[in-house]
Design a binder for this molecule. Structure first.
Ligand code: ATP
Length: 142
């Protein structure tokens, strides 16, 4: 049985609802300041997340980690529960690869056009769109 000594609860929520909830012996996220591993009973923490994967170890060590593509947001850890709040998040198996591939191509075209027009605001938006698409592709293809 999982208890507080060897597991923590992880919950991932978006405006569309809860995407994930499980017990884990370790959660690994990428914050805007670098990678953060959270073990059971970690000190309380709150951190902004990069557009990157969240990796959730399984209680049974022979099982594959769960991987979720998370679109920024933040992680808050207290009372042995990690809550991730993000604009969007997709579990590995829920990622539509063709859609992400199209989004990647669109973002690359936008980046090229913005560079030619020296449109810095559009360039930043397109670069973020590219990061979202690449993150989904990386998680889906693992
Ligand atoms: P697209 O241009 O394909 O819509 P996007 O990066 O603009 O991509 P978001 O605004 O981040 O999309 O997400 C909108 C909604 O669509 C969210 O609920 C998100 O989880 C979902 N979503 C986006 N891309 C994918 C994908 N490739 N596979 C599954 N769900 C996706």
């Amino acid at each position: 049985m999982a208890d507080n000594a060897n597991s923590l609860t992880v919950s991932i929520v978006t405006p569309d609802g809860q995407v994930y909830e499980n017990k884990t012996p370790m959660l690994i996220v990428r914050t805007i300041n670098g990678e953060l591993g959270i073990l059971p009973n970690h000190i309380p923490v709150i951190a902004s997340l990069a557009i990157d994967e969240v990796r959730i170890k399984q209680l049974e060590s022979d099982q594959e980690d769960d991987e979720i593509a998370v679109n920024g947001g933040f992680v808050e850890f207290s009372n042995n529960t990690a809550t991730i709040v993000a604009d969007s998040a997709e579990r590995q198996n829920d990622i539509d690869v063709a859609r992400a591939e199209n989004a990647r191509k669109r973002a690359e075209s936008r980046i090229q056009a913005a560079q030619q027009k020296h449109d810095d605001a559009e360039l930043s938006r397109a670069q973020v769109a590219l990061r979202r698409a690449m993150n989904r592709l990386n998680v889906a293809r693992r």
